[in-house]
Write a protein of this length. Structure first.
Length: 387
């Protein structure tokens, strides 16, 4: 009986992971009108209940327009009707690619693999790319990392991007998709480069994910540069996690985003501290501490824990590259001299690239930045949980 349950769970897991991954695309644009073209293969077009067009090819043009909580559909400039939902399906076994071009507002064409769902939402058109999961990971790497990196670095990013997607796959389920294509999830701009190094890295790490000791997907957070030390997760977000611990990170030192500096008016700085945090700027000792703050190692609060001023708040309010900064009094102005770029929790991208340049492989990089995690095949996760 136990064996039957395990086999059943593995089969269900395989089925789940073979299904489309639903990504809400172009979520930062309120689209009123767009055109769709088939770039590769052939597609059918359906409404909620009916087949509207059996075989669309590169010679066809599909126009969709938002109108009073409906989608107005034209094919090759011929009016077809108004619909609640439209679905564009690849009808062949080969990989399909379609082009999506904005008309109102106008924006440059993007190209996507697989299928598309279209429906009205919030006085505009919503587009959902129904895409095979591993193809989505290729698109994330193309968008988040870009070209010109080593295959081992792409392997690192494929594993953490895959883990992130599964960890957060129901974040936007209430809106009809799993994740967005924006920085509030993972940046995804569709089919961009067809770079063989990226594609090979995703294929060679297919299904590999990171889990904790309970076989839960880890929070695979990453950022640009640690400045030489990563953050404890609870110093940035609320919950402490055993695998997101602050570590000394020599590999980020000297990177493009290792150091930064910003000048801020002293009077504006003191006014900000007084008004937002009721900081005692008239106290000589407190004033001196706020004007000459030093971080040899990362802190959670400005000055010290007594005043409870989170560095994360200061970073957000003053648009700083990181919370890892010191303040130098220059008279009328203050120099914020900082290290690193990003929230500092998890993996430093520049540090990971440097490790790989020095000869470390992708698994060593992951184990350095994430403490005591396990690399497993996601299709076997249910088996480990039952076991």
């Amino acid at each position: 009986m136990r064996l039957v349950i395990v086999i059943f769970l593995i089969l269900i897991s395989n089925l789940i992971h073979s299904l489309d991954f639903k990504i809400g695309i172009l979520r930062n644009v309120s689209i009123k009108k767009a055109s769709i073209f088939v770039n590769k293969s052939h597609y059918s077009l359906r409404s909620s209940n009916n087949l509207l067009f059996k075989k669309l090819g590169p010679e066809n043009r599909v126009d969709v327009v938002y109108n009073n909580e409906k989608i107005v559909l034209k094919i090759d400039d011929k009016y077809v009707g108004k619909f609640d939902t439209l679905k564009l399906y690849n009808v062949n076994k080969d990989t399909g690619i379609f082009e999506l071009k904005g008309i109102l507002p106008n924006f440059k064409s993007r190209y996507y693999y697989d299928n598309l769902t279209i429906y009205p939402q919030s006085n505009s058109i919503s587009f959902v790319n129904n895409i095979g999961f591993e193809k989505y990971i290729i698109g994330v790497l193309e968008s988040e990392v870009g070209l010109g990196k080593s295959e081992d670095f792409y392997k690192v990013h494929a594993i953490i991007s895959r883990t992130y997607a599964l960890k957060n796959q129901y974040k936007f389920i209430h809106e009809g998709f799993y994740l967005t294509d924006l920085v509030n999830c993972q940046v995804y701009k569709g089919n961009m480069y067809k770079d063989p190094t990226i594609i090979n890295a995703v294929k060679s790490t297919r299904n590999l994910i990171l889990v904790d000791e309970n076989m839960d997907f880890i929070t695979a957070s990453y950022f640009s540069n640690s400045g030489g030390q990563t953050n404890n997760v609870e110093d940035v977000w609320n919950k402490a996690l055993p695998y997101l611990r602050s570590i000394h990170d020599p590999y980020s030192m000297g990177g493009v985003n290792y150091v930064w500096e910003k000048s801020i008016s002293k009077s504006k700085w003191l006014s900000y501290l007084k008004n937002k945090f009721q900081y005692p700027v008239n106290n000589v000792e407190a004033l001196n501490a706020a004007l000459n703050f030093k971080q040899d190692i990362r802190h959670k609060f400005l000055v010290d824990w007594v005043y409870q001023i989170p560095l994360t708040e200061i970073r957000k309010d003053w648009k700083l590259k990181s919370t890892y900064f010191s303040i130098i009094d220059q008279g009328e102005t203050l120099s914020f001299v900082g290290k690193g770029f990003g929230h500092g929790v998890g993996l430093s991208q520049e540090g990971a690239m440097r490790m790989i340049e020095l000869g470390y492989d992708f698994l060593e990089v992951l184990r350095f930045y994430y403490t005591d995690v396990h690399l497993i095949d996601m299709k076997m996760r249910d088996f480990y949980i039952i076991d």
